[in-house]
Ligand binder design. Sequence first.
Ligand code: HEC
Length: 104
Amino acid sequence: MKHLLLLLLMCTALPSFADDVAAGRSKADVACSLCHGHNGMASLPNAPNLAGQQSIYVSEQLRNYRSGKRQNEVMNMIAKQLTDSEIAQLAAWFSAVKVTVEAP
Ligand code: HEC
């Protein structure tokens, strides 16, 4: 019983996926929306849409930009400012945006 209570306490203390999404959303509004647009629909013609992108893909690209494995002047600079948890939050946010696809 004691252990169960401890486990419950630990779970409530850990940030949930919903917390990550909310934190990622505010971070993206400030740091990414200029180019990747509101809700991740790109506002610059040469910036990719991030809305609905797989979180594993977003976080991998951000880590690659941060390490320099993927080269892009702008994104290298931006990713260098991001911590691991910010990357996880941003990836959670963009992957949580629901996208509808309609073929022409
Ligand atoms: C000044 C404009 C600008 C800002 C601000 C910006 N980006 Fe980008 N981002 C770009 C461009 C341009 C590319 C395409 C780079 C390339 O060719 O590799 C890109 C690429 C990416 C990619 C790779 C997408 C893919 O399809 O491979 C991710 C992920 C990304 N950005 C995330 C972010 C996040 C998260 C933020 C905010 C923390 C951000 N970007 C802020 C311009 C920007």
